[in-house]
Structure formats: C-alpha cells, structure tokens
Write a protein that binds this ligand. Structure first.
Ligand code: PBG
Length: 326
C-alpha cells in the first residue's frame, strides 16, 4: 500500500531547501534611488523609512550601500528644484537625473543604471504628460517622453523605464534611441501599470501628486486582467525588452498572466505603499518585518517574475545570502 505524504519532504531543513521551487538571487533585485537637485544632500526620507535623498554629488553613498549588499542595478528617480508646464527639467542636459547618471557611471562602470522616464516629477501640475484643457494629451506628450529617454541615455543610462502610460510611447522611445545610434539600449516598459492607492508614499517622496484630477485616464483600472495582456503585447510589438507589472502584491495574477502568455522577461515593482504597509505593521508589532519581507518577495518570483524592484532590495539580498529565502 503506497501512501503519499507531503510532509516527508518538509521534515528536514536541507530537504526543504532542496525541493524549493522558487530560487531567488540578488542578481534579480533592483534598488530605487531618489536624487534631489542640489549638492551635499543626504536627507532621510520620512515616508520611506530607511531610504535617503541624495544629490548627484552624494549618490555614491547610496551606490556603496547597494554594492555592499551585492545589489548592482539601481532605478533612478529625479526631484528637480523647478517645475513647469512642459516638464523641461526632465530632458535638460544638466537635469538632476542626467547629472546623477554621469556621476554614477564615471565612478562605478559596473553598476547598471536604469532611469524612470516620466514627467510627473517635473510638471507643475504633477501629471505624467502634457496637459491641455485639463486633459493629458497622449500624442503631444510623446515627443517629450522620447526626448527625456534620449537625454538619459546620452548621459549614460544603461536602460530606460517609461512609467507615464501614454499609448505608443515605447515606439516613440525606440525610434528616437535607434535614430541616435542607441539601438543597443533596452527599454523596460511599465507595460502594466495600474492606477493604485499603493503609490501614496512615493508621491509624497517625489512630490509628484497630480494637482487636479487623478491618473485614471492613463493608468489602468485595477478590475482588468485581459487589458493587462493587451498592454503587454502592444508594448512587445512597439519594442519593449522587459515588461513591468506594477504594483506587485495585489497583482500577482497579472504577473502570472504575462508569464504564461509572453516570452519577455518580467519585472515586478513592489511599490512604496507595499513597503510602507510592512514597515508600519511591523512597527506596531502586528507582523514580523523580516519574515513578511521575505514571504512577499518570494511570492512575486513564484508568480513568475524574473526580477523585482523593491525598497527592500538590500535587506532581501542579505536574506538570500543567509539562505533564508531563495
Ligand atoms: C511616476 C512613477 C510613480 C511610481 C513610479 N514611477 C508614481 C505614480 O505613477 O503616481 C510609483 C512608485 C512607488 O510607489 O514606489 N509616474
């Protein structure tokens, strides 16, 4: 008589580790960094505890900390001093992100720098595109978004990640990069980005909350799953090299949907609100921060993601090194 007993494979730590289905490596982790225009800045970010703003001349501190934890890929966000209607700070040659990229690439050629390409931190109205008559106008925004991407790549960015959610922006970026000889620079598209309450802390951090209305006319409605696949397939067609799903935690079905239906590498972005939820619940003593961090990251990879952008990237990398996950 044969009996099937799943507990046999859970009886011993080494056996559990051996039969693990999800392997996680620090090579798959990406750390977001926030760069403020100015100099000598190192300022703790209140709503993202454990993170700091750097200026382009101090960003090496953030990079050193990342490298100390074996994190070699960063995602840069810029916070300019001045904003205007057309977000001109986003594409000027000496903009905050452009300066930071130059600085990082000169000092750490082995670090891979991805830049967030968007307008919301640079427009006075906080929207991700050009506003006309209180509407974000898709096709008018495209040349601006393309210009931002090009200026990041000219400064040395290794990859660009458009997060604006305008239709056809991947195509516009691919074209401008190719036309300028940057045909080898990949695009990580925020292909599936939902209009989400979990961006709350970020908007405070990046001072990018819209001054009127919301982002629902360009970011996706969280009731929709088929639409995610349409967005993903469109972006592949337009030339996206990596597809991102954002946020992560409430959207793991979407990660799996893309994994099962596309061949592209998939990145999940565990956003600011997800980090804040774990942090604050742990501070209240309701959950164990370390355990919750590990469990939620493993869930993202189990869902089918190949890489993860996380505000816990450094801590996760240490957990991997210790053998607690992966
Ligand atoms: C910019 C952008 C946002 C995030 C990444 N890029 C904010 C938004 O769309 O409102 C959110 C990241 C996070 O919450 O960690 N468009």
């Amino acid at each position: 008589m044969s009996t099937i007993r799943p507990r046999r494979l859970r009886s011993d730590l080494n056996i559990r580790n051996m039969v693990r289905e999800t392997r996680i490596s620090s090579k798959s982790l990406i750390l977001p960094l926030f760069i403020k225009e100015g100099s000598s800045i190192k300022e703790p970010i209140v709503t993202l505890e454990g993170h700091s703003y750097y200026s382009p001349d101090t960003v090496q501190e953030g990079i050193e900390q990342a490298l100390a934890c074996n994190i070699k890929t960063v995602l840069l966000f810029g916070i300019p001093k001045e904003k205007d209607d057309i977000g001109s700070g986003a594409y000027c040659e000496n903009g905050v992100v452009q300066q930071a990229v130059r600085h990082i690439k000169a000092m750490y050629p082995g670090v891979t720098v991805i830049t967030d390409v968007c307008m919301c931190e640079y427009t006075s109205n906080g929207h991700c595109g050009i506003v006309e008559n209180d509407r974000v106008v898709n096709d008018v925004s495209l040349p601006y978004i393309a210009k931002i991407a090009l200026s990041h790549v000219k400064a040395g960015a290794d990859m660009v990640a458009p997060s604006d959610m305008m239709d056809k922006r991947v195509k516009a970026i691919r074209k401008i990069l190719d036309d300028n000889g940057f045909y080898e620079t990949p695009i990580m598209s925020y292909a599936v980005k939902y209009s989400s309450a979990f961006y709350g802390p970020f908007r405070d951090v990046a001072k990018s909350a819209p001054s009127f209305g919301d982002r629902k006319t360009y970011q996706m409605d969280y009731h929709n799953r088929r639409e995610a696949l349409r967005e993903a397939l469109l972006d592949i067609e337009e030339g996206a090299d990596i597809l991102m799903v954002k946020p992560a935690m409430s959207y793991l079905d979407i990660v799996r949907e893309l994994r099962d239906n596309t061949q592209s590498p998939i990145c999940a972005y565990s956003v600011s609100g997800e980090y804040a939820m774990i942090k604050s619940a742990a501070q209240k003593g309701y959950i164990d921060e370390y355990a919750a961090m590990c469990e939620s990251a493993a869930g993202v990879f189990r869902a089918g993601a190949d890489m993860l952008i996380s505000y816990y990237a450094k801590e996760l990398s240490k957990a991997i090194e210790k053998g607690d996950i992966g």
